[in-house]
Ligand binder design. Structure first.
Ligand SMILES: CC(=O)SCCNC(=O)CCNC(=O)[C@H](O)C(C)(C)COP(=O)(O)OP(=O)(O)OC[C@H]1O[C@@H](n2cnc3c(N)ncnc32)[C@H](O)[C@@H]1OP(=O)(O)O
Ligand SMILES: CC(=O)CC(=O)O
Length: 315
């Protein structure tokens, strides 16, 4: 299999942690319910490919995201691999109770940088949603859980348009101040560009939130996700969210399309000499397998190129 030539560049980390969101963000918007055994096999294959953080499902209200209504059954079925973390999304105390009952060790709350998206995604405004999260984070921490916070619509919102950087930083700080360990900055509709990423990370740093507390979560709607990731790495971020095969999107965000593909990310990082611990061939094989089950080709450029290479080798 072709590999990129390893040519390190100045000012980048030696190692990046990939926070894989395929089973959750990747599948949550799939129109046809994906069978439980396919989801469980996906999670197992991702762990076997070397991913050490795999966001597995969501403990949200099932009527809001029917695709993930099998959260309990899935978590019970997933065989936990040593050294792998399996975080889940939790919006409220009801979701936390469900997660605790299954022995979950890592959760993520998910807030918004805009009022409109908070109302559409959580059925409450910014203030009420922070009130909803506060006891979740407090109780999760009392129980020894790791808590991440997502902040959606950091670069633009389909209803409100461009989102002022100060507004993003203010809403991000509110989530961190609840006691979350990490804040993942979501470009939910993929409109960000590299300079915008730098400006946002600089503004967080100026507000006392350094890159060690941040992760980035890019969607590739306008083809900017890798360039945006490189900007974030240059600013010192070392945790990058991605979805195997580039699937994904949010059912409550107009024009949200696929996430940054994990394969595209691994290809770039590997070319830069940055360690991820992920085996690209095994990961791409997983995405090809999943694409067959979803009935359409993977949106990832690297998966497409590698699958063409494999079929030419077979001829
Ligand atoms: C950018 C992204 O990708 S973000 C991720 C994708 N988006 C999402 O997952 C959306 C998640 N949103 C939600 O699940 C919902 O908006 C919620 C749970 C936050 C709020 O929904 P609401 O309808 O306002 O719930 P509300 O708090 O009024 O409770 C209503 C009922 O739902 C039940 N419910 C609420 N939360 C949950 C939960 N986490 N799990 C199961 N049931 C729940 C309540 O028990 C209650 O049941 P009852 O009527 O039998 O008493
Ligand atoms: C919760 C998420 O999935 C983050 C986002 O895309 O805004």
């Amino acid at each position: 299999m072709l590999q990129p030539m390893r040519v390190p560049a100045e000012g980048l980390p030696d190692r990046v942690t990939i926070y894989e969101v395929g089973p959750r963000d990747g599948l949550q918007n799939e129109p046809a319910i994906v069978p439980l055994e396919v989801k469980a096999e996906l999670v197992a294959r991702l762990a076997a490919a070397g991913l050490t953080t795999i966001e597995t499902t969501s403990f949200v209200r099932p009527t809001w995201v029917p695709q993930l209504a099998d959260a309990e059954e899935l978590l019970a079925r997933v065989e936990k691999a040593p050294g792998v973390r399996y975080p889940v999304l939790v919006p409220n105390e009801r979701g936390l109770d469900r997660a605790l009952a299954l022995g979950v060790t890592d959760i993520a709350i998910f807030g918004s940088a805009t009022e409109t998206f908070a109302r559409r995604n959580l059925n409450r405004g910014l203030d009420e949603s922070v009130e909803m999260f506060a006891p979740v984070v407090a109780r999760a921490r009392e129980n020894g859980l790791r808590v991440r916070a997502y902040l959606s619509m950091c670069f633009g919102d389909p209803w409100e348009g461009p989102v002022p950087i100060a507004q993003v930083v203010g809403n991000g700080r509110r989530l961190l101040d609840l006691g979350c360990e990490q804040l993942s900055l979501g470009d939910t509709i993929g409109v960000g560009t590299p300079g915008h990423v730098t400006a946002l990370l600089d503004a967080f740093a100026a507000a006392g939130v350094g890159p060690e507390r941040l992760a980035v979560h890019f969607h590739d709607t306008y083809g900017q996700a890798l360039a945006n990731t490189l900007s974030a790495l240059r600013a010192g971020v070392t945790v990058v969210d991605a979805s195997a095969g580039g699937i994904g999107g949010c059912p409550y965000a107009k024009s949200a399309t696929g996430n940054l593909a994990t394969e595209d990310l691994v290809w770039m990082l590997s070319g830069l000499g940055i360690e991820t611990g992920v085996d690209l061939a095994s990961l791409a094989a997983t995405s090809l397998w999943l694409a067959e089950r979803l009935g359409r080709p993977s949106p990832s450029a690297v998966v497409r190129a590698l699958s063409q290479e494999l079929s030419e080798d077979e001829e």
